[in-house]
Design a binder for this molecule. Structure first.
Ligand code: SAH
Length: 372
């Protein structure tokens, strides 16, 4: 199996303008450059789902495109709605695999009672190879990388299905974005292309479990997006138990790579930290975390641990518990007292297993389904 497809079939979605022209040249022949631009716009800005919609193009070109190419579509298999308004989408991919995306409305409301923010959480891989002990996706292992088109289609389909304008994007769904480096970067180039006016780069966060070489490379892509590191422990001993990838890339190497991200981009970084009862929630942990956070302009995103018992974890995974409310508050207060900018991640969607780290396809369809 090809675990790293660039494109599936002859999908034009997710290609840059020069790539669209090159693909068309190879199958149909030379077309003027401005036609490439029009097709790029129809695909990504106007969200055409068929070539026949591209009415600026001559009819014979439209039918040739239709014969030779496709426009990728993922289709909704199921959606669940949480009591807090979070919606989890299960999508079928063209080769039968499935992925999930989550739309999370913020608790803050505007004067009309509308959520101020609608954050879309995107998947980048079918499953994940990294085996983090607290994460439900790990139970799926890696099936394959998503193509650029499939990453973008999650955005386009969620907007189309809900009629909502997405205001923020987090690459925090299934998979490790930096292990699907090329397709993730390509999707970011399209989402943030000013000519397409889809979403601003400052409203996008990519979260990584921590691959120093890729973080350094990512720093130089000039994408202007935010980067979050899933830290979750302040000692290599504990981090290696929770996240086996830490054995290859210890904390020191990660922090140096994050230093470079900030130095090159000027964008403050985020450290994510799940609080586990009795494991990483002591005062000493808070002080070590504060020291790490103070290296650079940064914020710390403290995350409640969301249950993954539905994946039947074994070993340390079966022994993880969320920190008690008392410890949670004490930990955050200590961080703040140390001068750290702390944000507490909401647990939106926990009732439908759509919260951070709960994406896995083990238990679907869900009873709170609202249908297609
Ligand atoms: N692979 C990437 C992105 C996907 S995970 C990464 O590791 O960052 C997105 C975020 O959810 C990460 O911070 C991850 O550590 C966190 N997460 C995973 N499992 C979780 C759980 N059970 N409860 C709370 N957060 C979890």
């Amino acid at each position: 199996m090809n675990r790293n497809p660039k494109i599936l079939s002859n999908d034009l979605l997710g290609l840059s303008q020069p790539e669209i022209l090159a693909a068309i040249y190879s199958k149909i022949g030379d077309i003027p450059a401005y036609r490439g631009k029009q097709i790029y716009q129809w695909l990504h800005a106007k969200r055409a789902r068929s070539f026949s919609e591209m009415t600026q193009l001559p009819a014979d070109l439209r039918s040739l495109l239709d014969e030779q190419f496709t426009i990728g579509t993922i289709s909704l298999a199921h959606r669940s709605m949480s009591e807090d308004g979070t919606i989890k989408f299960l999508f079928d991919l063209s080769d039968g695999f499935q992925i999930e995306s989550v739309l999370i409305p913020s608790e803050m409301r505007d004067s009309k009672g509308e959520a101020r923010r609608k954050t879309l959480c995107l998947s980048t891989q079918v499953g994940c190879p990294l085996d983090c002990k607290f994460c439900a996706t790990a139970s799926m292992k890696l099936k394959r990388n998503l193509t650029t088109s499939e990453i973008l289609q999650q955005y386009f389909e969620v907007e189309r299905l809900t009629g909502e304008r997405i205001t923020n994007v987090v690459y925090m769904g299934m998979g490790e974005p930096l292990l699907n480096y090329d397709n993730v970067v390509r999707s970011l180039r399209i989402l943030t292309d000013p000519e397409l006016d889809i979403i601003g780069s400052k409203r996008i966060t990519v979260s990584t479990s921590g691959l120093p070489e890729e973080i350094r490379k990512f720093a130089h892509e000039k994408l202007g997006v935010k980067l979050a590191l899933s830290l979750h422990a302040t000692t290599d001993e504990l981090r290696s138990k929770l996240m086996p990838i830490n054995r290859a890339h210890p904390i020191k190497d990660l922090l140096e790579a994050m230093d470079e991200y900030y130095k090159v981009t000027g964008i403050p970084v985020t450290y994510e930290y799940i609080l586990f009862e009795g494991l990483n929630d002591s005062d000493a942990d808070a002080r070590r975390l504060a020291k790490i956070a103070r290296r650079l302009p940064s914020k710390v995103n403290v995350i409640p641990f969301h249950r993954i018992d539905f994946t039947n974890p074994v070993g340390i995974g079966a022994e993880l518990h969320p920190a008690t409310d008392e410890h949670f508050i004490r930990f955050n207060d200590l961080l703040r007292a140390e001068g750290v900018h702390v944000m507490v991640r909401s647990s939106s969607g926990e009732d439908i297993e759509a919260a951070c780290g709960q994406l896995a396809l083990s238990k679907l369809p869900h009873p709170i389904a609202i249908g297609i």
